[in-house]
Design a protein around this ligand. Structure first.
Ligand code: CP
Ligand code: NVA
Length: 312
């Protein structure tokens, strides 16, 4: 028996962290934790399909959504621009309408965030943001799950973001404001996070501080995290960025300035010797493999909720 097509069904999307209320987000984290612990064996996606539109490369996002959908009883279908008509100019709105007649959820990774908003506007099934130039909400929820796995309640944590004010930084800012934890962001001038995300956090009275000195940012930090200096689509800026970020490498000296129990996170892929040294990412404080695993659990929780109607 197949699930009914998505046409004209009420649905909700996950384009940014604030699309779930704070209470729902904590419930989602609890559901993901049950999945991580192996105590969840329901199959709320039985007979349902996820379309996965990838306009950029991926290892973790693709595999975790695909395996996650299958573990929940559903199927997942990988679509790249080389294969689908979007790559030849078919409008996103038309793609949204058509995919909604086949599948019960659409995950998309692309460049312009507005494309995802447009997809969601025209889809009649849930749309999940698998990374845009603006944000990476699935990853940051996986990171929050990882912090809670190792350190307990995120609301007691201070997180230090070091380096580029990119999509990951923006989602960390949103998470800090939404869930109520302290965030210190250290970026070089000219590479600040999105001004609207910063303003929204400030308007909510969030404990988010934008700094220039990475050493100041990691003081009292329970979590130190960073990301590549040139994100996907910025490859030609690599040399200029390597100079701009030279003082923003997470090395053993910087880690030593954080709390003794501090953990190191990186969404991966990582460039050892650039944003992080090998001794840190491969060292005892690094939990990056748990973090990568947690993509699977949090995204299963998101799919179960949005596509499988599992209540939070
Ligand atoms: N962290 C992350 O999103 O990895 P991929 O680019 O491999 O999906
Ligand atoms: N900021 C990086 C994250 C990759 C998962 C990028 O957008 O390329």
């Amino acid at each position: 028996m197949h699930a009914p097509s998505g046409a004209a069904r009420p649905h909700r999307d996950f384009l940014n962290i604030a699309d779930f209320t704070p209470a729902e987000t904590f419930a989602l984290l609890d559901l993901a934790e049950r999945m991580r612990a192996g105590t969840y064996d329901a199959r709320p996606l039985a007979g349902k399909a996820l379309a996965m539109l990838f306009m950029k490369s991926s290892t973790r996002t693709r595999m975790s959504f695909e395996v996650g959908a299958i573990q929940l009883g559903g199927t997942a279908h990988f679509l790249s621009p080389r294969d689908v008509q979007i790559g030849r100019g078919e409008p996103i709105a038309d793609t949204a309408r058509v995919l909604s007649r086949y599948v019960q959820g659409i995950m998309i990774r692309t460049f312009a965030h507005d494309d995802v908003v447009q997809l969601a506007e025209h889809a009649s099934v849930p749309v999940i943001n698998g990374l845009t130039d603006l944000s990476h909400p699935c990853q940051v929820l996986a990171d929050v799950l990882t912090v809670q796995q190792h350190l307990g309640d995120i609301r007691r944590a201070t997180v230090a973001w070091i380096g580029d004010g990119n999509n990951m930084a923006n989602s960390w800012i949103e998470a800090a404001a939404h869930l109520g934890f302290a965030l210190r962001v250290a970026c070089p001038e000219g590479y600040d996070p999105n001004a609207e995300f910063l303003a929204a956090a400030a308007a909510r009275g969030a404990d988010v501080r934008l700094l220039r000195d990475p050493r100041e940012a990691v003081e009292a930090a329970d979590v130190v995290t960073t990301d590549v200096w040139a994100s996907m689509g910025q490859e030609e800026e690599q040399a200029r960025r390597a100079m701009a970020f030279a003082l923003y490498q997470v090395d053993a000296d910087l880690m030593a300035r954080a709390q003794r129990h501090a953990i190191f996170l990186h969404c991966l892929p990582a460039h050892r010797g650039e944003e992080v040294t090998a001794d840190v990412i491969d060292g005892s404080q690094s939990v990056v493999w748990d973090e990568a695993e947690n993509r699977l659990h949090i995204q299963k929780a998101i799919m179960a909720t949005l596509m499988g109607n599992v209540p939070l």
